[in-house]
Design a protein around this ligand. Sequence first.
Ligand code: CO
Length: 140
Amino acid sequence: MKLGRLNHVGVATPSIEASIAFWRDVMGAQDIRAPFDMPAQGVRVCFVDTPNGQIELIEPLGEASPIHSFLAKNPAGGQHHLCFEVPDIRAAKAWFEGQGKRVLGEPRIGAHGTLIFFLHPADMGGVLTEIMETPEGEGH
Ligand code: CO
């Protein structure tokens, strides 16, 4: 497998609205996309564009959201995951599994509309790692 581009850094937050204000007013972000809900994943998401990648703001959505436990440990929010692109999601899954890395669930459609999966942080140097099939036609 050949590692692709760092697509985004996931940042969990108790309030996307408050985080948008932070990225706009403190960090000077000029291009902040509209937040949207992903009910199947239990998250509300907002992308902040930077010149060479994105910040993915993640707020819990619903009682079963996987973000609740993270925020219980990190009440102010914090860095949650890194996401890297690969050309072929199935090949990447087989590659990581072949090295004994735990893939969390089956590949599913992520916030960018392409297939993604997560790798267990305990197998990845402590970093929750998202692998994403490169979005078609994305030149960034
Ligand atoms: Co992500």
